[in-house]
Design a protein around this ligand. Structure first.
Ligand SMILES: *Cc1c(COP(=O)(O)O)cnc(C)c1O
Length: 359
């Protein structure tokens, strides 16, 4: 076996302990004589798995009782449509455009109503978070939408926008459970789990319960109505049983390691190591305004495209893989999610130092 340090933006690294546990359960989950992938989603064994996953998720994030937690399919991208379908009572929504994912969500919402960008950082290739302290939020806006951590550009909202009392909807895919959050500040938060929590194919949506109603846009598919899913405890149809199970294991791992406060400390320590190096060396530099830097996705460049390619290649040969940046930023990107150990970032920085001396 030859495990690498995997800096992929998603699907991404999972805790080794969790992978081993899943492997151990593979042929016989807790005496059921079968794997979680083979069992009925209507069985008591699976009901216990999803119930426990939800309970641990609620505990970790301190989810208030008046919020529902839904385990859904279709990825974060499916929620781009589900959000307007379930929330656009006035057919008016204000979007803050901080990158590709926010833009895609906005473009989806345009299909259903009057969605409008009220702020954007497109003017500087999304390298910063715009000032959102006094936005022209419309009086009749059904919600204000953000992508809280911008996976591609490496920016993060460290302060939530002033929505002027309107419901805040946030895509937290790439910062989900990386630190504690005050759920009560959101109307809806949701994320694909394949960035920071589990295997691909599952999105977890946390929705204030007064927003879960039958009053959805005409033509909303049954499956995309949050009410359908909430009424059936995320088991209206066959859910992604495997991903829910693995997420459950990850929640136990997070709890065992001190919960989200401790996760934040570990993530801050890892990010500081990498950012300090970026700020103090002559070859590599970060591409994001300091105040808006993400703890999870760290894009950087050398300024020389050929050297960037060489770096990515040599890093991979040294067991540091998936460091190529997204094409819209270029250069490199290190995603250092919860499951990336400190040693992985240490090894990366060590390799960068060596590379800088040699080039
Ligand atoms: C990856 C990502 C998505 C898309 O997720 P899918 O599950 O592939 O639909 C959406 N938003 C953010 C912030 C992402 O990082």
């Amino acid at each position: 076996m030859n495990r690498v340090y995997n800096f992929s933006a998603g699907p991404a690294v999972l805790p080794e302990e969790v992978l081993k546990e899943a492997a151990g359960d593979m042929l016989d989950y807790k005496g059921s004589g079968m794997s979680v992938m083979e069992m009925s989603h209507r069985s008591q064994v699976f009901q216990d798995i999803i119930d426990e996953a939800e309970a641990d998720f609620r505990e970790l994030l301190s989810v208030p009782d008046n919020y529902k937690v839904l385990f859904l399919q279709g990825g974060a991208s499916q929620q781009f449509a589900a959000v307007p379908m379930n929330l656009m009572k006035n057919k008016v929504a204000d979007y803050i455009i901080t990158g590709n994912w926010a833009k895609k969500a906005y473009e989806e919402a345009v299909k259903y109503g009057d969605a409008k960008p009220v702020a954007s950082s497109a003017d500087d290739n999304f390298s910063y978070i715009p000032d959102c302290s006094d936005l022209p939020i419309r009086e009749n806006a059904d919600y204000v939408y953000i992508c809280e951590n911008n996976t591609i550009y490496g920016t993060k909202f460290h302060t939530l926008p002033d929505t002027k009392g309107k419901n805040l909807v946030s895509d937290v895919s790439s910062c989900f459970m990386s630190e504690p959050v005050d759920v009560s500040k959101y109307a809806v938060l949701y994320g694909g789990v394949q960035k920071n929590i589990g295997p691909a194919g599952l999105v977890i949506s946390v929705i204030r319960d007064d927003l879960i109603t039958e009053d959805v846009l005409p033509g909303t598919p049954t499956m995309l109505s949050w009410k359908t899913q909430a009424d059936k405890g995320s088991l209206y149809n066959t859910p992604n049983c495997w991903a829910i199970y693995v997420c459950g294991l990850v929640f136990k791992w997070l709890k065992k390691n001190g919960g989200l406060e401790a996760a934040r400390e570990r993530n801050e320590k890892k990010a500081a190591l990498l950012y300090d190096f970026l700020d103090n060396n002559s070859l590599f530099k970060g591409t994001v305004r300091r105040a808006d830097r993400s703890l999870m996705n760290v894009p950087f460049i050398t300024g020389d495209k050929e050297l960037d390619v060489e770096f990515v290649k040599e890093a991979a040969a040294n067991g540091l893989v998936n460091l190529k940046g997204h094409r819209s930023v270029g250069g490199m990107r290190a995603s250092i999610y919860n499951a990336m150990p400190y040693e992985g970032v240490e090894k990366l920085v060590g390799f960068m130092k060596k590379f800088a001396v040699e080039h």
